[in-house]
Write a protein that binds this ligand. Sequence first.
Ligand SMILES: Cc1cc2nc3c(=O)[nH]c(=O)nc-3n(C[C@H](O)[C@H](O)[C@H](O)COP(=O)(O)O)c2cc1C
Length: 454
Amino acid sequence: MGDRVIQNPDSISYLGQREAAEIDELLMGPLGFSVDQLMELAGLSVATSIAEVYKAGEYNRVLAICGPGNNGGDGLVAARHLHHFGYKPVVCYPKRTPKPLYSGLVTQIESLSIPFLSVEDLPSDLSKDFDILVDAMFGFSFHGTPRPPFDDLIQRLVSLRHYDQARQKSPAIVSVDIPSGWHVEEGDIGGKGIKPDLLVSLTAPKLCAKKFCGPHHFLGGRFVPPSIVDKYNLRLPAYPGNSMCVRIGKPLKIDISALRENYISPELLEEQVEADPIDQFRKWFDDAVAAGLREPNAMALSTVGKQGKPSSRMVLLKGFDKDGFVWYTNYESRKASELSDNFHASLLFYWDGLNRQVRVEGSVQKVSDEESEQYFHSRPRGSQVGAIVSKQSTVVLGRHVLRQQYKELEEKFSDGSMIPKPKHWGGYRLQPELFEFWQGQQSRLHDRWFSSHL
Ligand SMILES: Cc1cc2nc3c(=O)[nH]c(=O)nc-3n(C[C@H](O)[C@H](O)[C@H](O)COP(=O)(O)O)c2cc1C
């Protein structure tokens, strides 16, 4: 999942042709990479970038137009990964390179029954048959003017855009590293070249990418070692999590009012609902864990203080049973003070991938000191020290003060002795009085099921 990290384009490094070539030589020389490995990672980055922007459910039919060199190889690898991601790729590879690396890629694609189309067999109107056109014809080492049949293929991508702009419908054009026909440093010199919708820069963006005006610019090729970063003084964005790509350039423009999933989920049928809402909650919680959702135990806790003003924050569920839902916190925090004024509170779980929400309302009590002690000592020692230092809901003097305190305590307890639970730290239990289970359905007709638990 690479979308989300937005970078300022001015703070990123762009490479000239010479630097880009040198970096490739270093990678494939002293740094021990083979061309096959780099091509595999590049193609995978292209496929994951495409999957970030164009969901397979909506944009399924892909045409990968592959040139004779490395750029074409990246396109072949991307087509293979797109197939595994659920897309329906077709490959146009008119000037095959008779080296084992390339014939291997062709065999892999044939073994997946991905069709190859010759230039002559391409449909006259590419926009009718394809949702995505991958331009993997030429990379940064290309000089001069494109020769047949690539000159014509480039023209078809260019004219397709003009033609379809009038009709307001066109397939998305994705360029691998450099839009084919562009100058690696100067960009689209005559202004009549390909105008991709998505540009996937590899290793680092090339200078021409500064002239890219399309809506989506991604970086892929998550393999650059520190020696190259230092030597070329590269400023590259951090890849989020374990993603193979990261969005760079302008942030994605989102129309929040149009953000709407048509949920396709099992219906919440009354006869399948557990009689006891705690059992129903357990079923859904287990589903959320099984679905691999991140922090399925994260919940919004809403409290209302003396003045009747509500406040919400996320906390982590640490246990639940017939007696209620437990979380741990600082007893000197705002939520603690509000709960001491008003013990009514509500919890909200939202499991995005499953289109499910559960509301739980009830009354809150502190858990026993023994229960808090027991949980406190089950936590990693670093978290125990953190709980002593942490001052929630108050303005602290500075991060360095906390860090210093943390360091001192870490040293104090470095002998492995028991870390005493601070008095200000402990658990709460919400005893439920009302549950609402919500299951998103297609066409906004959602299933809801209430249960009081008094
Ligand atoms: C996903 C997530 C989980 C959190 N879990 C806890 C938690 O279990 N306990 C806690 O005290 N704060 C937790 N926090 C921090 C709280 O949201 C909040 O910032 C803090 O408790 C102070 O809240 P208060 O000033 O309203 O008391 C979590 C935050 C997030 C985003």
